[in-house]
Design a protein around this ligand. Structure first.
Ligand code: PRP
Ligand code: URA
Length: 212
């Protein structure tokens, strides 16, 4: 995993391979969604690398031994609707006991400013480590607004997981939330005038749900 201060680029060959197929405009919706589920597990595997473990005693069929279990803070995945939901199946396969929060945000097509339309977070957020998930970090507005909401609830440690970022989004996000680590498969070249990441994958929500 390439690492740059608080931006973690998870460029494992399997991730690069799957991401390249996802970028291809010819990749159909079902395959895109399947790849997002697979890639979310690979990204989540790296993001969760620092999970705390504790010793437990078990008995194999042959003898007693000390093994390790996940310990410490429990997890909450906060999905930015609607594209963030594309990460949920994969991440919940990794950590089935995680709680899930939702923040509904859409970008105003003219101003690109995020508009909130839904919010439901677990009540016990302060006792949980939070992973905010959204495939795209473009202007950064949506991720900033989502992390604002999560911080208002006094969450424990917060991390941001996305599929693709761009320099403009990383800069804006870290100006607003310098303490939060970003995990992504790639930081693409730039944003275009309409707030789309280049070369990118297009509109993540449309590609996951086949709405265009
Ligand atoms: C997309 C994407 C992010 C947001 C990123 O959502 O899923 O949430 O744009 O852009 P930003 O960094 O400039 O805020 P969109 O607003 O298109 O809504 P959708 O997920 O419902 O399609
Ligand atoms: N949202 C998307 O879905 N794609 C982009 O490239 C930028 C924002």
């Amino acid at each position: 995993m390439a690492k740059n201060d608080k931006v973690h680029i998870i460029d494992h060959p399997l991730v690069q391979h799957k991401l390249t197929i996802m970028r291809d405009k010819k990749t159909p919706t079902k395959e895109f969604r399947d790849l997002l589920r697979e890639i979310s597990m690979l990204l989540g595997y790296e993001l969760l690398r620092d999970l705390k473990t504790e010793e437990v005693e078990i008995e194999t069929p042959l003898e007693k031994m000390k093994g390790r279990h996940i310990a410490g803070k429990k997890l909450c995945i906060v999905s930015i609707l609607r594209a963030g939901n594309g990460f949920l199946d994969g991440l919940l396969q990794l950590v089935p006991s995680a709680r899930v929060g939702h923040i509904g945000l859409y970008r105003d097509p003219d101003t690109l400013v995020p508009v909130e339309y839904y919010l439901k977070l677990p009540e016990d957020l302060p006792s949980r480590q939070v992973i905010v998930v959204d495939p795209m970090l473009a202007t950064g507005g949506s991720a900033i607004a989502a992390v604002d909401r999560v911080k208002e609830q006094d969450a424990g440690e917060v991390k941001l997981l996305c599929l693709l970022a761009c320099p403009e989004g990383v800069k804006a996000f870290h100006e607003a939330h310098p303490d939060i680590h970003i995990y992504t498969a790639a930081v693409d070249r730039e944003l275009n005038d309409h707030g789309y990441i280049l070369p990118g994958i297009g509109d993540a929500g449309d590609r996951i749900f086949g709405t265009k």
